[in-house]
Design a protein around this ligand. Sequence first.
Ligand code: AR6
Length: 169
Amino acid sequence: MTTITLVRGDITRVSADAIVNAANSSLLGGGGVDGAIHRRGGPAILEECRRLRASRYGRGLPTGRAVATTAGNLDARWVIHTVGPVHSAEEDRPELLASCYRESLRVADELGARTVAFPAISTGVYRWPMDDAARIAVDTVRSTPTRVEEVSFVLFDDRAYDAFARRTG
Ligand code: AR6
């Protein structure tokens, strides 16, 4: 059984075996959580991301996939970078958002991580509606077989926290 906990705050301040980053396919940083993780985690994370680009992801990390690097100065062993889908009126791809959570847990299992912290992937710059994102996140974590013992969702504001609390409460 995986325990789900909700935390309100900044994911770069939490302690976990693995911290998940809502990255983009370039793996070279950005705003939001991505910017915060690289700022606080330091240059070692970006160096490893650059190596991954050169060796395995020349065309970028596809949406819905996940890959791990060092966590640099963060209080974690690994950062797992995943690329959420952009939400748009013409097309929403819930299976791609679910895939981010599933793939991140798969990578966490490969690493042997027992505690994993997730942000609310795709709910910022990528504009996924919060309630729907919370439903997909919680349902996917609950239905994915994993050896991860504790998943925490680290929610940056009340809107995100309340949406996740409605799904888990
Ligand atoms: N800790 C926890 N949650 C945070 C933090 C933080 N430090 N900072 C923001 N959030 P976003 P996306 C919340 O935009 O939508 C980047 O530029 C935020 O309030 O970080 O997946 C990447 O490089 C929101 O609820 O990620 C990509 O280009 C959630 O984290 C793109 O943004 C996700 O917001 C990815 O967009």
